[in-house]
Design a protein around this ligand. Structure first.
Ligand code: SF4
Ligand code: SF4
Length: 80
């Protein structure tokens, strides 16, 4: 499952450098995660790094992008 940034985002930029897949960027009003690049950090880390560093606690699961761990691992391999 990819992760999703909610409207509580304060655009602090803390999440961008910790993403192993370069999946996060600044959108028009809040930061956004590109679902095709987010692996929940599977392949690189034990837990989603963006959630760990976000001071606004505004990164959540994206119910529109449900994936198994195997699918996330395959996505990570495809990206690297
Ligand atoms: S969960 Fe990991 S891969 Fe997905 S956006 Fe956050 S830091 Fe990037
Ligand atoms: S760390 Fe959180 S508040 Fe900061 S830009 Fe990323 S999603 Fe927004």
């Amino acid at each position: 499952m990819a992760l999703l940034i909610t409207e509580d985002c304060t655009c602090c930029d803390a999440c961008v450098p910790v993403c192993p897949n370069k999946a996060i960027s600044a959108g028009d009003t809040i930061y956004i995660i590109e679902p095709a690049k987010c692996t929940e950090c599977v392949g690189a880390e034990d837990s989603p790094q963006c959630q760990l560093v976000c001071p606004a606690d505004c990164i959540t699961q994206d119910p529109k992008h449900v994936e198994t761990k195997e699918q996330l691992e395959a996505k990570y391999k495809g990206l690297h």
